[in-house]
Every structure is written in C-alpha cells, then in structure tokens.
Design a protein around this ligand. Structure first.
Ligand code: ADP
Length: 477
C-alpha cells in the first residue's frame, strides 16, 4: 500500500521557531510516525528568528503569488529535510521578517496569507496530502477555506484540526477580515457574537478534531473550560477525540543532559547531587534534608499562580525551600520578587526565561508544583517526572491524565493531586507531600522511582493519530 501522505500546517516548530508547547509538539510528533507507512511534511512561516544554519541548508522550491483580498503577495517556498521529515518554510518578508512570532496588529492578515499559502503551495511542492493536519487558530482557516473555496482542487484531502489551547481562537471583526478572506456573506460556521472566529470554522469543517488530552477533550464541552465554544464542541463531539502529547525522550534525558550537574538514570543519590548543586547555585542553604519545591512556568492566571499567591506565607512556614522560574504578568513577577526578598533562606524567584536553568531546577527539585486552572496537556509535569521531581497538580486536563496520586499502602502513583481550584486544598496537598518527604524516606524513594519510570514518549501518541488518519481516509474500517 502507498505511504500515507501527511502535511502538518502550523505556526511554529522546534528547533526552527517556538514560543511554547505547540512548537514542541510540531517539533517532535512528525518524527514519531513510522517512515515505512508515512511521508510526513511540515509547513511553517519563514520567521526572521529561524536560525540561519537551517536556511542555509534549505533549497528554494518555487515562487508564486497568493491573493490576500485585492492584493497579490509574494510567496517563496523553501525546503529543508531532517530525520525523515520534510519541512517547508513559507517566505514573505513583509509578513514574517519581524522580531518574534506573534503579537502584531495584522496577525489576522498574516495568518490568512499563510493559510492560503498552505493550500496553494500544494501543486508547487507536488505533494498532495491524504491528511492536512492543522494546529490552533493560526491555521484554523485551512480546513474552512479548503471546504468553502478550494474543494474543487483537493477533493481527496481530509483535514484534522488540533486544539492546543482553547483560550486563543482568532476572533476578529467581520469588517476587518471579510475583504481579506473574499467573504461577500457572513459565514454562520464562523460567527461568534457578531465577529469572525477562525477556530469555530475549523471545528465545524475539519474531518476530525483532536485536543491534547482525553480529559481536556471532555472539559471543553463545559462553559468553565470552553471559552465560549463549549456548545460547538458538544455539537461536533462525534468527531472529537483527545490524544495525549508526549515529550522528546532524547531531548529531555537526565542520563545525558549537558545542562545538569550530575547525569543520572535512577540513582536517588545522584539526583541528590543535583539538588545540592542547585541549592548552592541559588545561594540557598545546602541541606539535603530540606525538600526543594519548584515551579517553572509562564506567570499567567492559567497556571494557578493566584492560588500560590493566596497561601505563599503558609507554604514558606513549612520546612522546605521554594524556587520559581518564570516570566509573565507583572503583578505575579513583583509578588514573587517581594516574597523571595522576605524569605532569603527559603525562596528564590528567577524572573527570566532560561532553558539551561530550567533543566538544573527540574533535576535538582524534589517536588514540582503545577496547580493549573486549566491545562490542555502540560509538558512541564512530564519533564519534571523524567527528572525525578514529584509533581503536585490540580486534577485538570492533561495533568489529570498523567499524574496519579501516590498511595502509601500500595506504593502506586507518581505524584500528588487535588481537585477543587482552591488555595487551601493545594496547601493541604503540599503539606502531605512535605510530610512524606520528611517522615518516610523509603516511600519517597519509591515515589521518585515511579515518577522516573512513567513513560510519556511520542510513539504511542503517533500510533493513535495514525489510527484516526487511517479511519478518516478509509484505509481502515
Ligand atoms: P505552556 O505551553 O502552557 O506554557 P507547558 O507545560 O505545555 O505549558 O510547556 C511549558 C514549557 O516551557 C516547558 O518546557 C517549560 O519547561 C518551559 N518553560 C516555561 N517557563 C520557562 C522559563 N521561565 N524558563 C525556561 N523554560 C520555561
């Protein structure tokens, strides 16, 4: 049988361009498909931040012009190959030769251009996909436009749309985007309180809708998580599934991670070496009997920082050390700086984005706190477990699917969890974790072992995606 042809369209992919979890997913999932059965290609914009070495190794495939409203926009296609995956970079300096990835006044126009470029480049790259897999609002127009404006050209292309975060939907006023999209009517499948909602269009028109964890796939049917589209998700539930993300086992590997002080596999002793080095690095008292709790996170409401703020003084009354690495809302940054100043022997606030330091903290922490209000999947808790830091999470989205409460009787479980979004429930669980650390070393070692053995690789996720691809293309009943 011929290989299944899969084209990923996304706005970021590690190591070319990344602003968060989406970049990680697009960087790792395509590589995890079996090359015997699939030909996987990825298409992203050619941002200015893509390291020059990749551009130097790319070849120009072709040049054509894309209609955006009444204008004709240049579109170059560059091709780069690595690890069985072909990458295409869509080049237009007017739209993409800027610092960073997003946050511009004309983001809607930039991704309308990109979405059309994805659809129109197919004959130029001579790759007619069986599956066109789109991600988040930036490429949400692709399934919609394919059905409404390009169906004649691509009758056999099936579309998949993945929601990585329901909070960002691409909502614009009709008057701003109608001309750019050549709409002479108001499409009801995109209507959202009199605006145009790109994500809503994808939910209705894609052949399959996925989210990044089974629990989040259910949660977004409720108003609390649905960000206004819960009714639509209920409507399309027949074609919606949740598939867990994984982490790149080679990238995040305490056995050979060059960022950490002492490489380790399962040795608790070597992990403790990292902890002592971290304490010294942070200028905290070097004392292996104190549990080190850490957070590595965007400092935004989603991540439950308000819960931490509400009980931060109670947390710091406990016999522990607390390290936070993060950037985000200035109110949270300032709060953390102030508290760290008040507890110089117990807390550090590193208000920066630092990949190297993040690895050192994962490896040196006993406990990793992630009390999110919502969490589509979450990668940080997976990385924490890979480095033997025990997660404390709220039971939501991917956190619920990956972290299971440790049971001291059966010795099963890889972390701690609480269900209600409540600061004192969280505090209670932190107290339990700190207690266990201080009073039962054997149980703690077993728990660390369970966390280190938890497997969240991409292979099983890729297998699930492949099954669904086969179903919707009719290759499997
Ligand atoms: P989200 O994508 O919602 O921010 P995830 O848990 O899915 O959350 O992924 C966050 C990723 O970003 C993890 O790899 C985490 O280690 C990393 N990260 C977050 N904040 C920082 C920071 N300040 N410095 C270094 N890495 C960070």
């Amino acid at each position: 049988m011929e290989k299944l042809q899969i084209l990923f369209a996304a706005s970021e992919a590690f190591p070319f361009a990344k602003s968060g979890g989406l970049g990680d997913v697009i960087g790792s999932l395509p590589k995890a498909f079996p090359s015997k059965e699939t030909d996987v290609r990825v298409i992203i914009p050619k941002y200015d931040c893509i390291p020059q070495e990749y551009i130097d190794e790319s070849k120009l495939v072709d040049i054509f012009y894309v209609h955006v409203g009444n204008s004709n926009q240049y579109c170059g296609i560059l091709e780069y190959k690595a690890d069985n995956v072909t990458y295409y970079f869509i080049d237009n300096e007017y739209y993409f030769k800027r610092p960073g990835l997003y946050g511009y006044y004309d983001d809607a126009e930039r991704f309308i251009f990109f979405s059309r470029a994805v659809l129109e480049c197919i004959p130029y790259i001579n790759f007619y996909p069986d599956i066109l897999h789109c991600h988040d609002w930036q490429t949400a127009l692709v399934p919609y436009l394919l059905k409404e404006q390009y169906a004649w050209h691509y009758q056999n292309v099936k579309t998949v749309f993945t929601i990585h975060n329901m909070k960002y939907q691409g909502v614009y006023s009709f008057s701003d985007v109608a001309g750019l999209l050549n709409f002479d009517y108001f499409p009801m499948t995109m209507e959202f309180y009199n605006n145009i909602n790109f994500m809503k269009g994808a939910l209705y028109t894609a052949d399959l809708v996925t989210t990044v964890s089974p629990t989040y796939a259910e949660e977004i049917k409720q108003p609390y998580y649905g960000e206004g589209l819960d009714g639509v998700v209920v409507d399309i539930a027949y074609k919606e599934v949740g598939i867990l993300n994984g982490i790149d086992d080679n990238e995040y590997n305490p056995q050979n991670d060059p960022h950490i002080w002492t490489n380790f596999k399962s040795s608790y002793l070597k992990k403790t070496e990292n902890k002592k080095a971290l304490q010294a690095h942070m200028n905290l008292p070097v004392d292996e009997t104190k549990p080190v709790i850490s957070m590595i996170t965007r400092l935004v409401d989603q991540k439950g920082i308000d819960l931490v703020a509400a009980v931060i003084h109670e947390i710091l009354q406990m016999d522990l050390q607390f390290i936070v690495l993060g950037t985000g809302d200035s109110q949270y940054e300032n709060m953390l700086r102030e508290v760290a100043y008040t507890y110089p022997d117990k807390m550090r606030a590193c208000i920066t984005f630092d990949e190297d330091l993040s690895r050192k903290i994962y490896a040196g922490s006993d406990i990793f706190l992630m009390p999110s209000k919502f969490e589509p999947c979450g990668l940080s808790q997976l990385i924490a477990m890979r480095y033997g830091a025990i997660p404390i999470v709220r039971e939501t989205g991917g956190l619920k699917d990956t972290v299971h409460q440790f049971d001291t009787e059966t010795q099963e479980g890889n972390g701690f969890s609480f269900s209600t979004y409540n600061a004192h429930d969280m505090l209670n669980v932190i107290q339990n974790a700190v207690n266990l650390f201080h009073t039962d070393k054997e149980a703690w070692k077993k728990l660390t072992d369970n966390a280190l053995k938890s497997k969240f690789d991409w292979k099983s996720s890729a297998d699930k995606y492949l099954d669904y691809y086969k179903k919707i293309t009719g290759r499997q009943s």
